[in-house]
Write a protein that binds this ligand. Structure first.
Ligand SMILES: Nc1ncnc2c1ncn2[C@@H]1O[C@H](COP(=O)(O)OP(=O)(O)OP(=O)(O)O)[C@@H](O)[C@H]1O
Length: 628
């Protein structure tokens, strides 16, 4: 038995023989009992080894003991953030609630409800309302008993997302995002909405780049979201209908679309909250004073790589379990921490240059090989791969199967479009197009790398590694077979990160100022001995690029030599024609000139040309200086 001081002046009594411990809190006079969990059940990578104190859980509700005295064991993302030092740890992980926690809470609540008279009345109300959903699937009062709404985070096509705090009595236990989807009496709609939860339940471990789902339940609630009166109080009783509640990890940094437009490119400054506008104004004034007024906007190379790598990791995990996301777009990519421009731009550590991104909203996802429903519904058009777009305006249904099934490659195309968006803060399509025009534009879209590099320079964005354009080109290829797999993109980006340094941005800037093929030296960096050869990746774009450069260099050299050689050739033929002596010198000259014309673009062929000209002079000298 050991005695260890714990937080708030409490003590831990540890008994290794019974694999249990008791926390004694003399101030509140409470005793809490924890039992050690079976090490075989530790399939969660984020958990510490079985000997750690964090492997003790409450046998009743499954809550883990707080191992680090107010802090839980940091997972991948917390770890990244703590090094940047910019934010405190995520609110939802303040208490490490295990997967079963909310289910146990729900069971407990249902049990209490069944013996509570008022709640029974509620229950009757539900069952008498004639909805198709069996009444025992509803958990009346669960939301209002255990959650408090803090704000509306956003509205999607299916429902609204709220920032909520989970509370028991007066104790706040963490902040979560809660998606509320009105179901009404529509069974098909219900089945569709529940897909999101089913999809994520296929994941057996906690993923660093996929949103974590905590709980899902059905409850009667207001159909029209959070309604507030002028004095800020909630308006009740707008008509209750069955709603699906999906509780998930709260992502403090919001979505990638807003972050890129608002925080990175300073677009729509008028929509920003007043405090933010004031701060921006102060920053701009400071920049002006420091003569930094013309500072370039956009993300730097490491930030772009960090974003793409997080998304491709998430995709890789989804694809590994056979799931196709189908609606990958910036507003479905969520930032675990707020993007603080100054702090992240100046981060020395590569891992700290952008907040961790998780992929959310699996509402459109499907299993690979599963037939898509032929309703014409796709994800968001601009991010949809051309091969899965159903022609037409989307209104009429065709009897003919004029669409392709979704594949993993369709998700990779969406990743390419996300890459385009984070680089340029816009999409390659005009904004005012009708649906059918947009579909045509998407089908005809061809990524032209050269034009995009020009565009990037013209917009005076922060210099970036030109390999980013190679990645975009292959991901946005209309040819499905040419698109790399998520795993390949992840590997390739890992490699790029390994070989990139903080100084790279300066190097790219200098290179951009030089007009001559700037990417060549980067290719040589990637080909260095300590790197994995690019040929190991299916995304071996730089090699192809190098070959193309070599080929064009060769062609232009040949053209130049032909231009020089043609007049010399005619001159030789003319002289030979009038020469009476057909010496070996004449023939040697012809041979050398001919050889240099058909020769490859090497320095040797220049030497041969010069030799040819010398011989030519010798012959002419021989002819004209010949004694009669
Ligand atoms: N877990 C979360 N944490 C923080 N904010 C979130 C979370 N989930 C969603 N949001 C915010 O709520 C918004 C709406 O999310 P939702 O998934 O319902 O719709 P969407 O993806 O924006 O649109 P659509 O439904 O058309 O695909 C998001 O854009 C995001 O800003």
């Amino acid at each position: 038995m050991s005695l260890v001081p714990y937080r708030e002046e409490s003590l831990i009594l540890d008994d290794p023989t019974s694999q249990s411990l008791i926390i004694v809190n003399p101030t509140s006079g409470t005793l809490s009992y924890f039992r050690q969990i079976d090490p075989d059940h530790l399939n969660d990578r984020s958990r510490p080894p079985a000997t750690s104190i964090a492997t003790f859980i409450c046998p009743q509700c499954g809550t883990e003991i707080d191992a680090t005295n107010c802090r839980t064991i940091p997972n991948h993302s917390d770890h990244r953030r703590s090094r940047s030092g910019s934010e405190s740890i995520s609110s939802s992980s303040r208490i490490n609630l295990p997967g079963r926690y909310f289910q146990l809470l729900q069971k407990q609540h249902q049990h209490t409800n069944s013996i509570s008279l008022s709640d029974t009345l509620d229950h009757k109300e539900t069952s008498s309302s004639g909805f198709f959903i069996p009444p025992d699937l509803f958990i009346p009062g669960y939301f209002h008993k255990f959650f408090k709404t803090l704000s509306l985070l956003g509205n999607g096509a299916r429902g609204s997302v709220y920032k909520v705090v989970h509370k028991i009595g007066d104790t706040d236990l963490g902040v979560f995002a809660l998606k509320k989807i009105p179901i009404g009496n529509d069974m098909v709609w219900f089945q569709k909405c529940i897909r999101e939860v089913k999809a994520l339940s296929a994941l057996t471990h906690k993923s660093a780049n996929l949103i974590t789902y905590n709980h899902v339940w059905l409850e009667m609630d207001d159909s029209c979201g959070l309604v507030r009166t002028a004095d800020g109080t909630s308006e009740a009783g707008v008509g209750k209908i069955p709603c699906l509640f999906i509780l998930q990890q709260f992502c403090e940094g919001g979505n990638l679309e807003d972050c890129i437009l608002r925080d990175v490119f300073d677009k729509f400054p008028d929509l920003a909250p007043i405090d933010e506008r004031k701060q921006r104004f102060r920053m701009k004034r400071k920049e002006k004073m420091e003569h930094l007024g013309s500072r370039r906007v956009g993300l730097n190379t490491r930030q772009i790589i960090s974003i793409l790598r997080d998304i491709s990791r998430g995709l890789h995990e989804l694809h590994d379990i056979g799931l196709i996301h189908r609606d990958l777009k910036p507003s479905n990519c969520l930032l675990l921490q707020k993007f603080n421009k100054e702090a992240y731009n100046s981060a020395e550590d590569i891992e700290d240059c952008f907040p961790t991104i998780v992929i959310g909203d699996l509402g459109e996802s499907q299993m690979e090989g599963e037939s898509r429903t032929a309703t014409g519904a796709t994800g968001t058009l601009e991010f949809t791969a051309p091969e899965v777009i159903i022609p037409g305006s989307g209104g009429q249904k065709s009897l003919r199967k004029d669409y392709n099934e979704y594949t993993f490659s369709a998700d990779l195309y969406s990743l390419g479009m996300i890459c385009y968006f984070i680089v340029f803060a816009e999409l390659p399509f005009q904004t005012q197009l009708s649906i059918s025009e947009l579909k045509i534009n998407i089908k005809n879209f061809q990524f032209n790398k050269k034009e995009m590099i020009e565009k990037h320079k013209r917009l005076k964005l922060k210099p970036i590694d030109l390999k980013i354009f190679d990645i975009m080109e292959s991901l946005l290829s209309p040819n499905v077979a040419r698109r790399p797999r998520a795993k390949d993109v992840e590997k390739f980006l890992d490699q790029m990160l390994l070989s990139s340094t903080v100084d790279d941005d300066r190097i790219f800037e200098e290179r951009e100022e030089m007009t001559e093929a700037p990417q060549e030296s980067f290719v040589s960096i990637m080909d260095a001995d300590d790197c994995i050869p690019i040929s190991d990746y299916p995304l071996a774009l730089p090699q192809r690029e190098e070959k193309e450069n070599e080929h064009s260099r060769e062609t232009s050299n040949q053209q130049r030599s032909i231009k020089i050689m043609i007049p010399i050739f005619f001159l030789t033929a003319f002289i030979l024609n009038f020469s009476e002596s057909h010496t070996y010198l004449n023939y040697l000259t012809l041979f050398l000139i001919g050889f240099s014309i058909r020769g490859t673009a090497t320095d040797n062929h220049l030497i041969l040309s010069i030799l040819g000209i010398i011989f030519l002079f010798l012959i002419t000298g021989k002819i004209y200086l010949r004694p009669n």
